[in-house]
Design a protein around this ligand. Sequence first.
Ligand SMILES: [Mg+2]
Length: 231
Amino acid sequence: MRYDAVFLDVDGTLLWVDLDVEGYVRDLSPYTANGPLTVERASGPVWESLREHIRENIKYPTVETLARFRRENARRTALSLGLDAPDDVLLEVSKRRISFNPYPESEAVLEELGRTGVPLYAVSNWDVELEGVLEDLGWRRSFDGLVVSAKVGVEKPDDAIFEEALRVAGATRERAVMVGNDPVSDVRGAAAAGIDAVLVDREGNLDAGEAVAVLPDLRGLPALVVGDPGV
Ligand SMILES: [Mg+2]
């Protein structure tokens, strides 16, 4: 079958998020208030601050409220590390030391998907700034639309985000496909909404019985989307 719409997860599917803890320590060492800052000491709190951001961003549906949350989160992390730096410095450093890293095939696959003519939508558990991240990567134009949890108000695997994706795409559930790396958020969620789900299992260690296909990376996706029987 040739699908009418492709819903694509972002984190863990198109890119991975990384933190440069060494860079964070280097940037903020001038602001230590009680003893030297080391990578060993900083690593736990800095990663926890990212996890907190991922857990909590759904509560902040606007750029303004998210900015306030970012500021509080950065300040809390700095405080726990004994840093006494201005908020603007903390925000600037946390922005500089996070990176969004495309998988090797992501860019080529986005271009190839574009050539299939099948509309592509990001369906992502992400904060309200996903669009900016995609723009910075030069990927925004690859997507016909973005369905972002912090804007919708619910996260995958909640049925409501898949319904919103179908509405935005103007597609029927029988002719849409969700593609992602999470057996629960992406696969179980989409399957429960009656949408075909494709699991991207890069490590080859996931289990998702509800998936219509499992891919080791994104390279097989364009053929799958157009119903090429060769896949
Ligand atoms: Mg993911």
